[in-house]
Write a protein that binds this ligand. Structure first.
Ligand code: DON
Length: 621
């Protein structure tokens, strides 16, 4: 069942100024329309019956009630409330934060295209979603224009020029715990600003300055933090204090929902980027501040690294799955290769007939994952430095052979597929994904990250943003797992100026030559299997997008040899059969946080944010 209230909400939101003045940073006063109870009333009883004149009055009453209800909801900010699902006729923006969605929609309303909107969202996210939105990180963008043209932009961070293979090892060759994840030395050279400028130069329509403005306003005036952000800020206070000697806006003893986060230093840096472009970040004051910060804490990003940083346009990876054309990210992300391998490996099996999360379907999907992640550890890395055998990895005959030892009634042991033995460490990871479609069917799927929450926790004094801890995505020592439990080898060893391997999988799907779906997610190693499952939930298991996103997930990554599941994902009987086949299980709180858009048969767009991130937000026009 689709929740067809998104466009209605938008229509209603346009009426709101009649009743309530909107502040610059609020979506709607009390964002009453996102209260599920109120939405329900509006959807089921009011909208179908009301005539326009009467509607204003009724709405006034409903809005008043909603404001009152909203204030009573614990943990939800009064200034904006995210909505998880929306259907709209023209355009759709799905992001991890309502204020960023608003920035994107405003740009579309001003005549910008999907790329413009994505850029505005990205800058706004650096302000309102500081745990993953960023200036100090990097990411990947996959595009499909309305005319069918596809493109991909790699603005992944790079290892600084003075980095080397053994950067995180002690004199005995042991890995120094925490060095690649926490503090100054964990940071790679940031790519986000270069990436956004490159995207604008090639595809942007509006003046770049306009796209940075919303972020500047949010940083300068401040915005009320959500309860999820407040919780996160509280839990990271010790780390902030450990790695930041100077005061900064994030240091505070007890963050609460609706507390105002003002970021004057960040506003200044954003203005420099607005006015000077690349030179506002990679040279001058900002570069000086980054390098001074590095030097104060043993980091190695230098002026030369910043000056030399370049994003790179790449040929998107395109593969077929039945009637679908899947467009995804090539290296330096492993996402596209792995996703296409997974799809091709399961394509010969009757998933639909077996049914959603049937023992047979789960078994074959897990066995494909086991083999794909084993390949990832061996063959995937930055293709500018290592000859990634993409064609061989995606070759039909190779993939058939790779599944040749698949046993329909027994789990293959990961040891037989490869080697290694370790325990996975589960942190609450953070990255952000944005999906945008504009009125001309231009679609953008972009995933960006600092890696961990607030990256390496180092806030650049003066410049006002957190730096990434992306160096941990390299294989710091062959066979030693990173924070996601992923192991690697030569292909992903540290080298100066090399990009560390990613799992980010921004993806766009076509059906019958037309736009079908835009999707992606944060989630470290689970990104790939989540994009895989959500796509199959729609394409094979016939779910609407909301169901597909909300369905329980599972994940296998070769090592450790176990199926991670979200609590309650399988029924007990299925789980027992799978255990009997030799599978092992580990329950986790949540796996990944999808943001997706589906083109409906009638041409409208259904946008869905994930309930797993309370701040996820989908809105259209
Ligand atoms: O590039 C990668 O694969 C990781 N750095 C992504 C990190 C991530 O998704 C963390 N968040 N959920």
């Amino acid at each position: 069942m689709l929740h067809v209230y998104g466009n209605k909400q938008n229509d209603l939101a346009k009426l709101l100024p009649l009743a309530f003045p909107l502040s610059e940073t609020s979506l709607a006063p009390c964002t009453l329309l996102h209260n599920p109870a109120i939405i329900c009333i509006i959807k089921s009883t009011i909208i179908p019956k009301m005539k326009f004149a009467r509607s204003i009055l009724i709405l006034g009453a409903v809005l008043g009630m909603a404001c009152a209800c909203q204030r009573a909801l614990p943990g939800v900010t009064n200034q904006y409330v995210p909505q998880k699902s929306a259907v709209a006729a023209n355009s759709m923006v799905v992001t991890p934060h309502a204020l960023a969605t608003r920035a994107g929609l405003d740009v579309l309303e001003q005549g910008g295209n999907a790329v413009d909107a994505t850029i505005a969202v990205h800058f706004a996210m650096a302000v309102v979603f500081p745990r993953a939105g960023n200036l100090g990180g990097g990411g990947f963008m996959v595009l499909r224009l309305g005319n069918g043209t596809t493109d991909a932009l790699d603005y992944r961070e790079k290892a600084p020029a003075s980095a080397h293979r053994d950067l995180y090892l002690d004199s005995l060759g042991g890995v120094i715990k925490g060095l690649s994840t926490d503090g100054h030395l964990a940071a790679g050279t940031p790519g986000t600003v270069a990436g956004l400028i490159a995207a604008h130069q090639k595809y942007g329509k509006l003046d770049f300055k306009k796209l940075v403005e919303p972020a500047i306003r949010l940083a300068e005036a401040g915005f009320p933090v959500s309860s999820a952000e407040a919780d996160r800020l509280n839990s990271f206070q010790p780390a902030f204090r450990k790695f930041n000697a100077q005061p900064n806006p994030f240091l505070k003893d007890n963050w609460k929902a609706d507390d105002l986060l003002v970021q004057k230093e960040l506003a200044r840096t954003l203005r420099l980027i607005r006015d000077k472009g690349l030179a506002g970040f990679y040279a001058g004051e900002t570069a000086n501040e980054i390098v001074a910060e590095m030097q104060s804490g043993g980091g190695i990003v230098s002026h030369k690294d910043l000056e030399n940083y370049e994003s790179k346009w790449r040929k998107p990876l395109i593969g077929k799955y039945k009637d679908y054309k899947v467009i995804s990210m090539p290296p330096s992300s492993s996402g596209g290769v792995a996703l296409l391998q997974l799809l091709k490996m399961v394509e010969p099996y009757p998933l639909k007939q077996w049914g959603f999360q049937s023992k047979e379907a789960v078994h074959v999907m897990v066995e494909a994952s086991r083999r794909v992640y084993a390949d990832r550890s061996q063959y995937l890395g930055d293709s500018d430095f290592f000859p990634v055998p993409i064609d061989s990895l995606l070759n039909d005959r190779y993939l058939l052979k790779r599944m040749g030892d698949f046993n329909a009634s027994k789990a293959t042991s990961s040891e037989a597929v490869g080697a290694g033995n370790f325990k996975i460490a589960i942190e609450s990871f953070e990255t952000e994904h944005t999906s945008v479609v504009d009125a001309d069917d231009n679609a953008v799927s972009v995933t960006t990250t600092l890696n961990s929450n607030y990256g390496c926790k180092v806030w650049v004094d003066g410049a006002g943003f957190f730096l990434n801890n992306e160096m941990d995505d390299f294989s710091v020592k062959p066979g030693v797992p990173n924070q996601f439990g992923l192991v690697g080898a030569e292909a992903n060893a540290i080298q100066p100026n090399k990009r560390m391997l990613s799992s980010m999988t921004p993806t766009i799907v076509e059906k019958d030559g037309k736009l079908f779906m835009v999707l992606g997610t944060p989630g470290g190693s689970t990104i790939i299997t989540t994009v895989f499952q959500v796509f199959l939930n729609v394409a094979e298991f016939g779910m609407d997008l909301e169901k597909a996103v909300n369905a329980g997930r599972f994940h296998h990554q070769w090592l450790p040899d176990l199926i991670m599941t979200e609590r309650g994902t399988f029924n007990e009987a299925t789980r027992q059969v799978l255990e009997g086949m030799g599978h092992h299980f580990q329950e986790v709180e949540r796996i990944a946080v999808i943001k997706a858009i589906l083109k409906l048969p009638d041409g409208r767009l259904h946008g869905v944010g994930d309930f797993r991130n309370p701040d996820d937000d989908a809105r259209g026009d």
